[in-house]
Design a protein around this ligand. Structure first.
Ligand SMILES: NC(=O)c1ccc[n+]([C@@H]2O[C@H](COP(=O)([O-])OP(=O)(O)OC[C@H]3O[C@@H](n4cnc5c(N)ncnc54)[C@H](O)[C@@H]3O)[C@@H](O)[C@H]2O)c1
Ligand SMILES: O=P(O)(O)OC[C@H](O)CO
Length: 299
């Protein structure tokens, strides 16, 4: 596995391309032509056997329908999110197009900016096919430590849910609610993440490690997170349109908050913080949400 094609030339696509270039020949493509190293057409990229997908979660289904045909590809899915319109997880969408034994999902605490700088990072490669996931672990540079897991759904839920709690973390920071509040929010967000995971057959230990707690602590505490910055904007009273326009990058927690709200109501799963984030994105006053979270009696 020494030739890789990255689909999507956003912050994460370019960071992963840079990381994989330590050991592999890497090309990259996107919707619009970019003056970046290794840029090729989509058709040329899809001729590669090893494909890294970094397209935002909300765009994956349409992209696959429009552009994708399976040619025995070995695919690493590097996006994080749950489809807002259906509540579908990425593994459900990809498995409509690719055998699950050819799919691996990347998870764990990883700001693109720090990967580009070559700073120490630890990630998890999640697949139903442990051998394929192990193959991906061999192409990562030495500054990225990789682990292998077969808990695909647990990794997906961890990577998606943390983006929603990160929005709440940004709101907490923006409203100056304090460190007690932020620690409580992150802890209870982890409880909700694991509660959802139990409903979908995930392994508890997945949420105690990099894919869950690790990515959650990182994203819900840092202004490097786009989702955290959405929360800061909401606390300032900005509209979501204003926030996303200023951001200029994807914030997957926005779509995933809607997906989690749908999943929570459809399956009667108690996800109070995620549901309040969705309601704040729909216009609810964050201080009203805080009162409701402090006063509700369900555990
Ligand atoms: N940036 C990070 O630190 C980071 C780290 C880990 C995972 N991720 C995940 O990687 C994914 C991509 O994030 P990013 O940071 O690259 O975002 P980004 O906003 O920097 O880039 C998104 C890219 O996707 C393209 N895109 C948007 N809509 C598209 C569509 N309909 N069809 C095809 N391409 C489309 C955009 O042109 C852009 O190049 C997200 O799921 C994100 O959660 C990001
Ligand atoms: O900037 P965010 O909030 O999309 O987070 C980026 C990565 O997912 C962190 O692991």
């Amino acid at each position: 596995m020494n030739k890789i094609a990255v689909i999507g030339a956003g912050k994460w696509g370019q960071a992963l391309a840079s990381a994989f270039r330590h050991k592999c020949n890497v090309v990259i493509t996107s919707r619009t032509k970019r003056d970046i190293e290794g840029f090729v057409s989509l058709d040329e990229a899809l001729e590669y056997e090893n494909i890294v997908m970094t397209i935002p979660a909300q765009a994956v289904r349409e992209w696959l329908h429009k552009h994708y045909g399976f040619k025995n590809h070995n695919i690493l899915v590097a996006s994080k999110g749950i489809e807002a319109s259906t509540g579908a997880f990425l593994n459900e969408i990809y498995e409509e197009f690719v055998p699950k034994s050819n799919l691996t999902y990347l998870s764990g605490p990883s700001f693109a900016k720090e990967v580009l700088l070559g700073l120490p990072t630890a990630l998890v490669l999640n697949s139903h096919n442990r051998m394929v996931a192990t193959g991906w672990s061999e192409v990562f540079p030495d500054f990225i430590k990789t682990y292998v897991s077969t808990d695909v759904i647990g990794a997906e839920i961890g990577g998606a849910y943390k983006n929603v709690i990160a929005i709440a973390g940004g709101i907490c920071e923006g409203l100056k609610l304090g460190e007690n509040a932020r620690a409580s929010l992150i802890s209870r967000g982890l409880v909700e993440m694991a509660r959802l995971g139990r409903e979908f057959g995930a392994k508890e230990e997945t949420f105690l490690s990099l894919s869950g707690a690790g990515d959650l602590f990182l994203t819900a505490s840092s202004k490097l997170s786009r989702n955290f910055r959405v929360g800061l904007g909401l606390a300032e009273g900005k509209t979501l349109d204003e926030i996303l326009k200023e951001l200029g990058e994807v914030a997957e927690g926005v779509g995933t908050a809607k997906a989690l709200y749908t999943i929570s109501k459809t399956n009667d799963i108690y996800l109070p913080i995620a549901n309040e984030v969705y309601e704040i994105l729909e216009g609810k006053d964050p201080m009203e949400s805080l009162k409701d979270l402090l006063n509700n009696r369900r555990r």
